[in-house]
Design a protein around this ligand. Sequence first.
Ligand code: GLU
Length: 274
Amino acid sequence: MSYRGRIAPTPTGDMHAGHARTFVAAWRRARDAGGAVVLRIEDLDPLRCRPEWTAHAIEDLAWLGVTWDEGPVYQSARRAVYADVWRRLRDAGAVYPSTVSRKEVRDAAHAPHEDEEDAEPLFPPALRPPADAGRDAASPAGVVWRFRVPDGETIRFDDAVRGPQAFTAGVDFGDFVVWRKDDVPAYELAVVADDVAMGITEVVRGEDLLRSTARQLLVYRALGAAPPAWCHLPLVRDAAGKRLAKRHQALSVRELRARGHTPAEVLALAGAGP
Ligand code: GLU
């Protein structure tokens, strides 16, 4: 099977040097394997994404020397694909509608990994609805849909960088959102739907998403789809050890470029050689 990779920026702000490093690494890995690259714009969230940030991301990637064979594909235009996956998950009994508010989850839950950056309160299994809830829902709109995780099961996978990984459902993560109350498909559903539809053979992304990979493997299984290989790259951190975020404006690719830095210098700033 020939390699198919993807680069998937989320346009909620200007790309920073850390993102640039991840995207360039994903691109190189695909090219080294003689593979194809799909550019996918993860602009699902209408409140947080802006067209100018999408335009900037595309421009910044091109400036960095990244090339792609397909796309840009816009997640905001693929609602029908996600609705179809939602339907399949509903039919498989893998997901359920929940009227439990975020505050109720917070109050009832404990977050065992509060020190970790991607920690979120575990959805308490006691607040799940009956097993057949939502089976006859015609659409996901108007209510949160969650994936029912197999409590106690350890999800394992091999990572090209980090080696063997293990996350236990109900301990490291709980029932996760696949469709938001405001009728926006959630990241975990959309990313799997797209990676399957696009025939992605290896996912290269930041290690902040390791735990999400365990969630996503459950979605693959529920869909009866073969998962790709995984490669999670270390995140770039600032002097205080905090990971770079879009709020670190000084390290935005555009800002560095405006100050006269070359693409190689931008990547070197983020810790990667040219
Ligand atoms: N859109 C995510 C980001 O910009 C990447 C998600 C993924 O690669 O699965 O960090």
